[in-house]
Design a protein around this ligand. Structure first.
Ligand code: IPE
Ligand code: IPE
Ligand code: MG
Length: 251
């Protein structure tokens, strides 16, 4: 069904190149229905499908989804296993469809902590979708912003110690080249669902000037129309980057 909101997005001005999403609220969605938490995560897979398709329709270049944080390792083993199982299911079930849509999947995070079958499933997904040229989808798995910055600090320190780099040469570019997100533009828009207003250790360097859209909707109920609504909200923003608005006269 053609979406009126999608038409408004297309007419509304600049579409963000990169949207990042903290997919939150699966547990509460399930709890309010008397269901176990893992069924909330399962339902959340539909929203992933919705938002990926919506991103292709809206013409985004990059979509980054926070699927599992470094802190999420502290959840009960049963829930961690259920989440890893769903990642495997997603990777196996969706590969062909993602490929057909021209979506290229990248997996970013500390994959050394992820069990072998999940790691190989998501790596195969990345492999099978390589070359997709309509949308780059970044799945952030076992990802934490602080962890990422610490790894970058260590990598840069090693390069200085080996004499490859002077400490005075450590600039934005050198640091960004040491992050998991190397080569990706910073997100223009961050969406967090479920009414929480925090970053929860997500992309701490990259979100410095990102526009924030906090949605009250639980992730399993978030669909492409909610994505379009967030983009319309973004299109109304005045991004100043510390300067004055375009059109303001000097005084
Ligand atoms: C988001 O939903 C999924 C992950 C963090 C992996 P939650 O599981 O955090 O759901 P709530 O916040 O408990 O409702
Ligand atoms: C953030 O959600 C992590 C992901 C969405 C993967 P959490 O539910 O883990 O965040 P907190 O604990 O409420 O801050
Ligand atoms: Mg949560």
């Amino acid at each position: 069904m053609p979406s009126d909101r999608l038409d408004r997005v297309r007419l509304g001005g600049v579409v963000p190149s990169h949207v990042a999403v903290i997919m939150d609220g699966n547990g509460r969605w399930a709890g309010e229905r008397g269901l176990p938490r893992h069924l909330g995560h399962r339902e959340g897979m539909k929203s992933v499908r919705e938002v990926v398709e919506g991103s292709v329709e809206a013409g985004l270049d990059n979509l980054t989804l926070f699927a599992f944080s470094t802190e999420n390792w502290k959840r009960p083993l049963q829930e961690v296993s259920a989440l890893m199982g769903l990642l495997q299911l997603y990777a196996r079930k969706e590969a062909a469809d993602l490929r057909r849509q021209g979506v290229e999947v990248h997996v970013l995070g500390d994959l050394d902590r992820v069990d072998e079958s999940t790691r190989s499933a998501v790596e195969q997904l990345a492999e099978r979708t390589r070359g997709g040229d309509r949308l780059r989808l970044n799945l952030m798995i076992s990802y934490g912003g602080r962890e990422e910055l610490l790894r970058a600090a260590r990598a840069l320190a090693d390069r200085v110690r080996s004499g490859e780099l002077q400490s005075s040469e450590i600039d934005d570019e050198a640091l960004e080249d040491s992050l998991f997100t190397r080569g990706l533009p910073d997100p223009d828009l961050l969406i967090r669902t479920s009414g929480e207003h925090r970053l929860s250790n997500f992309m701490l360097w990259q979100l410095a000037y990102t526009e924030l859209h906090m949605s009250p909707v639980y992730w399993p109920e978030f669909d492409r129309e909610h994505l379009f609504e967030a983009i319309l909200d973004y299109q109304r923003r005045d991004r100043r980057f510390g300067r004055v608005s375009a059109g303001v006269q000097a005084s």
